[in-house]
Design a protein around this ligand. Sequence first.
Ligand SMILES: [Zn+2]
Ligand SMILES: [Zn+2]
Length: 125
Amino acid sequence: MAEILTASCHCGSVHIALPASAAGVLACHCSDCQKMHGNFNAFLAAPRADIVVTGEASLVWYQSSDAARRAFCGTCGARVVKEITAAGRWLVSAGLIDGPSGKRIIRNLWEQSKPDWYDLPVVAP
Ligand SMILES: [Zn+2]
Ligand SMILES: [Zn+2]
């Protein structure tokens, strides 16, 4: 059994287990992420097939672009995941991880779209 990270929304309706090998943390500063997260979107990326979701019926989906849809918890509103549909890839919000992750921000995305009220997060070497 591979090592896993566990994540959950604020109300606990949705639990996610993803492989500890998930890529990230990645920080996306694009305008879509700003509008939907109220800030940049920090996430871990893994194939959907490697992720186990409990309480998936609580997820409410929103088609945020032609290529992607995003889900929030219908009870507490936590932003849970962005799905890159064609790639079968899930980007799970890093803030949902329970306990230490052993991860650091390794890359910034869409830096050019960053608003002017914060500096880019420091990227781990
Ligand atoms: Zn919830
Ligand atoms: Zn983004």
